[in-house]
Design a protein around this ligand. Structure first.
Ligand code: DGT
Ligand code: MG
Length: 242
């Protein structure tokens, strides 16, 4: 879906039910197709909460979240799940096979398309080495694969769905630096037209982003490229140097 998937937050606020303090305050930004928007901030800043408003795991308390100009609460569930694929911070696998896990959200995908997704996700080798390959069993929760393998299978699952918006919540953290770099290079080539919003801790994952949003205690306290933020933003410098 070239040129589609523009995500816009307009003065969004959000608080969890029963909690006194809002977790997100006055959040406004636009994530454009073909660009990578990175969100950085200390633990508890609200990064996961922010991402979760896009596929409507929660609804904004105030303001609006829009995709291509349409408020997400006016999209059907079907349209929303076609538009957005999220790789959650705690990637989850279902009991079944590798293929059935990858086809969650991409029922019609051929084996060839699944292998393509695995190739980009840097997961081809370990899946090929598994007895049964694509048909290798996965236990509930994916406890029979490692954390890094689980992350890569969840990334492949998102790729197989071919959405216009990708959300990666700390999705590269369990990967070694070299695999992380190869994966991001492959993503850049293969989903060049998509909107990518990613949360990351590792600085290298962030530096190439087109725009970085610095989140602190639920507010955006800085935005710009890595170089711009290094010069202008104390919070960013602290995070990067920590
Ligand atoms: P991380 O993943 O540790 O780097 O932290 P973030 O930036 O992803 O933070 P997030 O969005 O998980 O949490 C923001 C705040 O909201 C934090 O004070 C914890 C709180 N919070 C998160 N999930 C829930 C929830 O399900 N219920 C309630 N009541 N509070 C939550
Ligand atoms: Mg989080």
């Amino acid at each position: 879906a070239a040129g589609r998937g523009r995500v816009e937050f307009r003065d969004v606020s959000f608080g969890y039910p029963g909690a006194e303090e809002p977790v997100l305050k006055d959040i406004s930004f636009t994530a454009e197709p073909g660009r990578t928007t990175a969100i950085i901030g200390s633990t508890g800043a609200g990064k996961t909460t922010l991402l979760n408003l896009i596929p409507r795991l929660y609804d904004a308390g105030g303001g609006q979240v829009l995709i291509d100009g349409v408020p997400v609460d006016r999209l059907t569930r079907e349209a929303l799940s076609e538009a957005v694929a999220a790789v959650p911070q705690k990637p989850y696998l279902f009991s079944g096979t590798i293929a059935s896990n990858l086809r969650y959200g991409a029922q019609g995908a051929t084996d060839e398309e699944l292998w393509e997704a695995l190739e980009i996700a840097q997961a081809t080798d370990f899946v090929r080495d598994k007895d049964g390959g694509l048909d290798a069993p996965i236990s509930q929760g994916g406890t029979n694969v490692s954390g890094g393998q689980r992350q890569r299978l969840c990334i492949a699952r998102a790729l197989a769905a071919r959405p216009s918006v990708y959300l990666f919540d700390d999705s590269f953290s369990a990967l070694d630096v070299a695999t992380d770099a190869r994966l991001r290079a492959a993503l850049k080539r293969s989903i060049a037209d998509a909107t990518v919003i990613l949360v990351a801790q590792r600085v290298a994952t962030i530096t190439e982003a087109d725009e970085i949003l610095v989140l602190d205690d639920g507010r955006i306290v800085g935005r710009g490229t890595h170089e711009q933020l290094l010069e202008t933003n104390e919070t960013y410098r602290e995070i990067v140097e920590s």
